[in-house]
Design a protein around this ligand. Structure first.
Ligand SMILES: Nc1nc(=O)c2c([nH]1)NC[C@@H]1CN(c3ccc(C(=O)N[C@@H](CCC(=O)O)C(=O)O)cc3)CN21
Ligand SMILES: O=c1ccn([C@H]2C[C@H](O)[C@@H](COP(=O)(O)O)O2)c(=O)[nH]1
Length: 283
């Protein structure tokens, strides 16, 4: 929680105003933030200075791991986060590749599970990583990348958290996650949960101990209409200690994640938090 608050303070003290064409809003922006989560100690990085709807974040992650391309599928899991980007962005609504209501196009998990090969067929990046790690193999290229510039024109948004790189040291699994753009009041609240949960889940299904997760953010920003709530409400509150995340131990494989897992298989204990804050969302 301290590193989150330090990043917010840094944006307020050192941030530079940058215009954003798509949203028509200015963002107070800093470049480069390195966050670290201790998954081994189960210090779940949930924001405590406002109520966090963490289930939406894990639902979104599960949708990515399943390769979903449709906001309706995300809603069924419990994440409403893609409704606006799928259905309210004019450039995407007028894009000939959009397959109708709720379609997100070839974003995130589509690239992770079915990256189109130029010579035909697809690559399932996640399957390969899980197979290797389950055999105790780290080929120094255990990389899940959603960033496919050749297909940006076929999706509603370029991926923000775009690459997850796993590493094995002995029986301990590590994760480095890379994010090019971060809406600190709204998106980071979810992204911290996702980086932590991704390492915890993959360690569990490949039979390893989780170590640390390292989260690098390049452009970290606060939208102009979010700033008063951040400065005058959220940053005035004292944080509480980290809660813990519990994952159903019956989840043992990628097939389990793909077939029967729901948000009921995730539980958080010890979550003390301040009241919810509704931050404005920019499409
Ligand atoms: N401007 C912007 N910021 C983002 O963080 C973001 C995007 N766009 N587009 C793609 C995804 C969607 N994400 C989202 C979208 C909505 C919330 C949101 O409204 N969060 C609420 C609670 C939602 C709930 O009830 O589940 C919050 O208060 O955190 C969070 C992340 C993250 N990403
Ligand atoms: O996981 C996510 C997804 C999106 N965001 C934020 C970061 C930006 O504010 C917007 C995306 O706009 P771009 O112009 O494509 O950078 O969504 C996030 O924080 N986390």
């Amino acid at each position: 929680m301290k590193q989150y608050l330090a990043l917010c303070e840094r944006i307020i003290n050192e941030g530079v105003w940058v215009e954003n064409e798509r949203t028509g809003k200015r963002c107070l922006t800093v470049i480069n933030a390195d966050l670290e989560y201790d998954v081994a100690a189960n210090q779940f990085p949930l924001i405590t200075t406002r109520k966090s709807f963490w289930k939406g974040a894990i639902a979104e992650l599960l949708g990515y791991l399943r390769g979903y391309d449709n906001a309706a599928d995300f809603r069924k899991l419990g994440a409403k986060t893609w409704d606006a980007n799928a259905n309210e962005n004019n450039a995407w609504l007028n894009n000939p590749h959009r397959k109708g209501h709720d379609d997100m196009g070839r974003v995130y998990g589509v690239q992770g599970r079915a990256w189109a090969k130029p010579d035909g067929g697809t690559v399932d990046q996640l399957r390969k990583i899980i197979d290797n790690l389950s055999r105790g193999v780290d080929d120094r290229g255990e990389i899940l990348s959603f960033y496919n510039p050749g297909e940006f024109h076929m999706g509603c948004l370029r991926p923000c958290m775009h690459t997850h790189n796993f590493s094995l040291l002995g029986d301990t699994l590590y994760l480095n996650s890379f994010q090019r753009s971060c809406d600190v009041p709204l998106g980071l609240n979810f992204n911290q949960v996702q980086v932590f949960a991704l390492l915890a889940i993959v360690a569990q299904i490949t039979g390893h101990k989780p170590g640390k997760a390292y989260h690098k953010i390049v452009n970290a920003h606060i939208y102009e209409d979010q700033l008063p709530l951040m400065q005058e409400v959220q940053l005035k509150r004292e944080p509480f200690p980290s809660p813990q995340l519990h994952i159903n131990p019956d989840i043992k494989s990628l097939e389990d994640l793909e077939t029967w897992v729901t948000m009921d298989d995730f539980e958080v204990t010890g979550y003390q938090h301040h009241e919810a804050i509704q931050y404005p969302f920019s499409v």
